[in-house]
Design a protein around this ligand. Structure first.
Ligand code: FES
Length: 102
């Protein structure tokens, strides 16, 4: 579900849009930009669920400290705030029970 978002890039260095998928939904994101910021700008607000309660989580620190932005990128757990957008990324929400919960 896409919703309106207040997140916008200040001055994109490259405005080339590339195709990625988030939970099987197609998205166009700006190549080379921060994945977490681009997903937020595209209206993705839930990146993972907590292991204990299953509550939804979103990026918090945007600097690699909190791990609230964990997603799977091409099958590997990644911090979205520490990852650049590349063509063809297959991004999946990090969920409890998928074998990579802390
Ligand atoms: S938002 Fe905190 S580690 Fe990514």
């Amino acid at each position: 579900m896409k919703i309106a978002s207040d997140f916008r890039a200040l001055e994109p260095s490259d405005t080339t849009q590339v195709a990625v998928r988030f939970n099987d939904a197609p998205l166009k994101l700006t190549k080379g930009e921060n994945l977490a910021a681009q997903l937020l700008a595209a209206g993705v607000l839930q990146f993972r669920k907590t292991a204990v309660s299953g509550k939804p989580r979103s990026p918090y620190c945007m600097m690699g400290a909190c791990f609230e932005c964990l997603v799977f990128v091409n099958g590997t757990a990644r911090q979205a705030c520490m990852t650049e957008v590349t063509e063809g990324m297959e991004i999946v929400m990090h969920t409890v029970g998928n074998g990579d919960d802390a």
